[in-house]
Each structure stands twice: as structure tokens, then as C-alpha cells.
Design a protein around this ligand. Structure first.
Ligand SMILES: Nc1ccn([C@@H]2O[C@H](COP(=O)(O)OP(=O)(O)OC[C@H](O)CO)[C@@H](O)[C@H]2O)c(=O)n1
Length: 337
């Protein structure tokens, strides 16, 4: 899309109902550039902060319709923990987010758990559950404190649901807890490799330690919120760090039980889009039920001369992603009833 054209210029509608920003996998660390584990992609640890600054400047210059920004997880890199600078690096990134004129909703990814415990995150600025909405007289839609989820309504009839893709995980958990032990048992059954981050030779390569999944309790909660949204004739955007559709992700980056999440989504008519990060090359598909799956290109693997963020303009019949740099533009029409 031409940078100067208004989003409404696509079909003559002048104004979106609202717009929001998206950015993922900033993975800031005060380190020299270096390759990813498999040596295929350069990671720009220090420059990622400049990319964030650029995104915030552009979002702040955009129209008044920018209601919020979704930070899709992995805000700082796991290397910070090794150098014992996790808190300092997090402060550096959050200081940039404070310049944003709109509120930011934070998602938690694997790198959050390399740096911090779940208890730490719960009490940190990365917990934006206070921005969530309550549905009166519908207690089953109130999220549990056992996982990091909430939902909010930025505009009438549009609901956003943040999911916790590390609710089933071996990361960030008390290792003496039954939940950790069950997750470790399952992971080891699915992944016989000595190094549990290694997907080599697996028939289901998503069963690595850097991925996670959704507990039945969280899925029941998700189902309850979607049931309410169906009844209330809402359009729902679901947000999580880890992708849930194989056609929108590298197969080593999918949620362990992505099929459970998909089958719940497909049993409701309200979901129009699933937004994720984690798979740094990005991805997109529209699934068999007309749900758009966007995996956002990661900031960390974005060279200085490019960018990786976007603004989504929301209309009554579609969402229009205006991508910057590595993030492509997309027009996503809602499925017909
Ligand atoms: N084959 C591998 C891959 C990774 N590791 C180690 O696992 C940790 C997490 O890996 P990392 O690449 O940093 O995770 P990201 O969330 O940044 O990226 C996910 C996908 O790779 C992106 O496409 C880290 O400690 C690696 O060293 C491994 O041991 N074996």
C-alpha cells in the first residue's frame, strides 16, 4: 500500500471503525548481531530497539483511530538472562513503549520465560490484564489466575482475546509442580532427543521445549468467551505468541495442541482472525472455516534498513493490515454468516 494513501482509499470508505498496531519478537539485548541457533538467520539484538522506536514514532503520527498496540511476545531475548541483565533490558524496552500515545497489550512468549518466572511476570508491567473487560453475569468468562489470558472490547461488537500459549509448558514453571511434571513427561514422550529444543527426527516437530500449549481449563474458558461472542454477534480476534495453523507457520513453531485451539475456534462463527508471532519468517493463511491466520515477521531478524510492524485498520466487513518493511499488506474479508 502506498505509505501516504489513507487505508479507506482501498474501497472508498473514508474511515475505519478503529485501528491497532502489531509488533512481535523484538527480542532486544545489548549484544552484537549473531546468527540463530541453526545458523540460517541473522539476529539484530541491539538494533531491535531502534526498530521499536521507529514503529512507535510512526504509530504516534497515525490518525486518532489507533486505539491500542498488540505486542505479540518475546519482548527481550533469553541472552539477557545469561548476562543477568533481564530487568535492565526490559526497562529499556518498556521506556520506549511509554512514549506510545495508545495503550499496549503484552503477550508472553518463550523468551519472557527464559528471563522471568511466571510469578515475576504476573507482578510486572508485562501483565496488562487490567486492560481486560468483564462480562457481567457470565462468571465462566472470567479468566483464572493460573494462566495469562483476558479479553477486551475496544469498539462495540469487536472482541480481542489474548491466549496463553505457555500454559502447558516446561518454561517458567515451578519444577516441583504436578503441572510441570506432566508437561515434561508429555514432551519427553513426544521428543526423545537429548536436547529438548531439538526437533530433528520428530514426526511432530512442534514438540520442542521452546513451544507450549493450552490447558483444558484455558480451552474451556476460551470456549465460554466465544459462546458469549457468538450470542452477542461479535467479531473476535484471537491473539497468542505461538501460531496454531500449520499453513501460517514453520512446523517447528506450532503450539503443541494447536488442533484443540483450532477445533474450538471452528465450533464458533465469531472468530475472524488469529494473530501470532514466534515463527520469525512470518506467515499467513485463510483456513477452511474462513479464519485468517497471521504470523507476524519478527523484529529480531529484521535488518536495520527494513522494518517489521503493522497497523490493522478495522472496518465493518474486513480488516486491512498495512505492513511496514518485512510485513506485507493484507486485506482480510470476514467470512459470510
Ligand atoms: N534446533 C534448536 C533450536 C533452538 N535451540 C535453543 O532453543 C532456545 C530457543 O531458541 P530460539 O531460536 O532462541 O527461539 P525463538 O523463540 O527466538 O525462535 C523460535 C524459532 O526458532 C524461530 O523461527 C535457544 O536457547 C536455542 O539455542 C536449540 O537448542 N536447538
Amino acid at each position: 500500500m502506498d505509505q501516504n494513501s489513507s487505508p479507506g482509499a482501498i474501497d472508498g470508505i473514508s474511515e475505519p471503525c478503529f485501528s491497532f498496531g502489531v509488533i512481535s519478537d523484538i527480542q532486544y539485548a545489548d549484544l552484537e548481531d549473531g546468527y540463530n541457533f541453526v545458523g540460517t538467520r541473522m539476529r539484530y539484538y541491539r538494533y531491535s530497539l531502534h526498530h521499536l522506536q521507529g514503529a512507535i514514532e510512526e504509530w504516534n503520527e497515525e490518525s486518532n483511530h489507533l486505539f491500542f498496540v498488540l505486542q505479540l511476545g518475546d519482548i527481550i531475548d533469553g541472552f539477557n538472562a545469561q548476562y543477568k541483565v533481564s530487568e535492565e533490558s526490559l526497562q529499556n524496552v518498556l521506556k520506549e513503549f511509554e512514549k506510545l500515545k495508545a495503550p499496549v497489550h503484552h503477550t508472553w512468549g518463550n523468551h519472557e520465560f527464559y528471563n522471568f518466572s511466571r510469578d515475576y511476570l504476573r507482578n510486572s508491567k508485562l501483565n496488562t490484564k487490567f486492560l481486560g473487560d468483564q462480562i457481567a453475569h457470565c462468571p465462566e468468562t472470567t479468566p483464572s489466575e493460573n494462566y495469562y489470558t483476558y479479553h477486551f472490547v475496544p469498539f462495540p461488537k469487536f472482541r480481542f482475546i489474548l491466549l496463553d500459549a505457555y500454559d502447558l509448558s516446561v518454561l517458567g514453571m515451578d519444577q516441583s509442580s504436578p503441572k510441570y511434571q506432566d508437561c515434561m513427561k508429555m514432551l519427553k514422550e513426544k521428543n526423545p532427543n537429548k536436547e529438548l529444543n531439538n526437533p530433528q527426527g520428530l514426526s511432530e516437530p512442534r514438540f520442542v521445549q521452546y513451544n507450549g500449549g493450552f490447558s483444558q481449563d484455558q480451552l474451556d474458558w476460551f470456549n465460554a468467551v466465544l459462546t458469549f461472542s457468538d450470542t452477542n454477534q461479535e467479531k473476535v480476534v484471537v491473539v497468542g505468541h505461538v501460531p496454531i495453523h500449520p499453513d501460517a507457520s514453520d512446523d517447528t513453531c506450532l503450539a503443541w495442541n494447536y488442533r484443540d485451539a483450532l477445533s474450538i475456534i471452528w465450533s464458533h462463527k465469531c472468530v475472524v482472525c488469529f494473530l501470532a508471532g514466534h515463527s520469525h519468517d512470518g506467515g499467513y493463511c485463510i483456513d477452511t472455516h474462513g479464519v485468517h491466520h497471521i504470523t507476524l515477521e519478527g523484529v529480531i531478524e529484521t535488518p536495520p534498513e527494513s522494518q517489521a510492524f503493522g497497523t490493522v485498520h478495522v472496518y465493518p466487513d474486513k480488516m486491512v493490515l498495512k505492513g511496514r518493511g518485512r510485513v506485507p499488506d493484507r486485506i482480510m474479508y470476514y467470512k459470510k454468516d
